[in-house]
Design a protein around this ligand. Structure first.
Ligand SMILES: NC(=O)c1ccc[n+]([C@@H]2O[C@H](COP(=O)([O-])OP(=O)(O)OC[C@H]3O[C@@H](n4cnc5c(N)ncnc54)[C@H](O)[C@@H]3O)[C@@H](O)[C@H]2O)c1
Ligand SMILES: O=C(O)[C@H](O)COP(=O)(O)O
Length: 443
């Protein structure tokens, strides 16, 4: 779930980031009108209420919270044109994964100040990973025991005990591809079902996997040994269609695939072929390359496929939790606060970048060092002039975290969420300052 906003208080950003005060605000920041602050100053009670557009179903608790402070417009199934037209009149937009908030939508956003393109900030509130993990396990067990098809058969008046003989889980091998928040929760649950769990994740720490009894293996080994393969990586250029013809050819005949990650991580045409040839015995899919899929989507219609319409986060509890979280982020922003879940708060203003150019290399180096294995601890040594001893290093820490996490995840790291994100991933960044009496070596 995500919310976009006009910035409440753009000019004092340099204070919020504790940047050196002599640095001017960037032109980018200056043209971002402080829409919410201006609204608060508007006379006329009723009219000064901010407007929030809720474009996809939001938990009741979140809507009620918003209504306390804003005019809330719940309008679902908007076409892109309708969304662009409406967002121009709103101060905040709340969407779920079904709505594309693209450049056109951002540019059309104007808020009640009526200044299109005045700039927006975006927050996300990911659902608790347990929810997608529970759904992955539900799909795995339902697929193995033909629950959906045998239920449909009974509802059509049949009693087909021989047709719907399932397969056991106990003693089988489950390969988890992507051992992050959801993947590791699936692993815990699968172990309880008697499955032997292996995982492939080039960036996961082996000790974290071992702690829950999971061996990290190579991609080829994972797909070759598995009876079940469950996908839990983000969709990135390197994971796009990672399960393709070549990968299916390396799998055991009769393997079963579960996907609650993103449709694009598997090649849908290749999966249809693998199902038809029997290489893949069954698949259970919650996500599709195009959502909703077309009515004639071969996977949805395939008799060996159990399909659900992107329900991974759809439990009553998760919906309430994220609705309240996102409503609080929205209300906080209306009061001028920055939430740690902001995904596009400015990373580094241009002037600061030039000030910090020697250090910016840090991000690149971190990526190089990260190579293929999980980095868990980074030590940064700053050699700086004594006059700059109070340099606020959060920007640099954020760049390091960004360099480590963004290439392998769909999390957007910025100055606001960087420390939180690093902590959440178990990455420890320590800093040491060597103060020089004279100039810094970079002057
Ligand atoms: N169906 C749903 O409703 C639903 C709900 C929640 C999350 N999701 C999706 O599930 C996926 C996982 O979410 P998460 O919260 O666990 O993310 P996460 O960032 O915590 O974990 C992703 C893991 O994938 C790993 N990874 C990256 N590239 C890889 C590669 N090439 N091979 C193997 N592993 C790789 C990363 O190192 C990371 O550990 C995401 O795609 C997310 O969008 C779907
Ligand atoms: O899959 C996702 O990105 C979300 O975690 C769940 O999306 P939803 O709010 O549209 O269910």
């Amino acid at each position: 779930m995500a919310a976009t906003f006009a910035p409440a208080d753009p000019l004092p950003l340099s204070r919020r980031l504790l940047l050196p005060s002599r640095l001017p605000a960037t032109p980018l920041l200056r043209h971002r009108r402080p829409r919410l602050v201006a609204m608060a100053a508007e006379p006329g009670g009723e009219n000064s209420k901010p407007r929030v557009l809720v474009a996809e179903k939001l938990g009741r608790g979140g809507v009620d919270l918003l209504k306390g402070l804003a005019d809330v417009d719940c309008a679902y199934n908007l076409s892109p044109e309708e969304l662009r037209a409406k967002i121009g009149l709103c101060d905040a937009l709340i969407v779920r994964s079904g709505t594309k908030v693209d450049r056109d939508v951002f540019e059309a956003s104007g808020g009640s100040s009526g200044a299109p393109g005045s700039g927006s900030t975006m927050w996300t509130s990911p659902p608790p990973p347990n929810m997608a993990a529970e759904h992955g396990i539900a799909l795995l067990t339902a697929m193995a025991r033909n629950i959906a098809r045998s239920d449909a058969s009974m509802k059509s008046g049949k009693w087909e005990r021989n047709k719907y003989v399932g397969v056991s889980l106990v003693g089988k091998t489950l390969a988890i591809l992507g051992f992050g928040k959801v993947g590791s929760e699936v692993a815990r649950r699968a172990k309880g079902l008697g499955l032997h769990v292996i995982a492939h994740d080039p960036y996961a720490a082996a000790d974290r996997a071992h702690a829950i009894g999971v061996d990290l293996v190579t991609f080829d080994e994972a797909i070759a040994r598995a009876d079940f393969i469950s996908l839990h990586m983000p969709l990135t250029p390197s994971t796009s269609k990672i399960l393709n013809d070549e990968a299916f050819a390396k799998m055991k005949k009769g393997v079963r695939i579960i996907n609650v990650a993103r449709g694009g991580v598997l090649d849908e045409e290749a999966l249809v072929k693998a199902l038809d040839s029997g290489v893949v015995a069954q698949a259970a899919l919650d996500v599709f390359t195009k959502e909703p899929p077309s009515a004639d989507n071969k996977l949805v219609l395939h008799e060996k496929v159990t399909a659900t319409p992107h329900l991974g986060a759809s439990t009553v509890e998760a919906q309430e939790e994220v609705a309240i979280e996102i409503a609080e982020a929205v209300l906080g922003a209306l009061k001028g606060e920055l939430a740690s879940t902001s995904v596009n708060a400015p990373m580094v203003p241009a002037e600061v970048l030039s000030e910090l150019t020697p250090f910016v290399l840090g991000r690149l180096v971190v990526q190089l060092v990260a190579g293929g294995s999980g980095v868990k601890s980074v030590k940064v040594t700053y050699t700086i002039a004594i006059t700059r001893g109070d340099l606020d290093t959060r920007l640099l820490r954020a760049m390091i975290t960004k360099g480590l996490i963004e290439p392998i995840s769909d999390v957007h790291v910025n100055i606001v969420n960087a420390d939180f994100t690093a902590k959440q991933r178990g990455i420890r960044i320590t800093e040491e300052r060597i103060l020089l009496d004279g100039h810094s070596p970079f002057d």
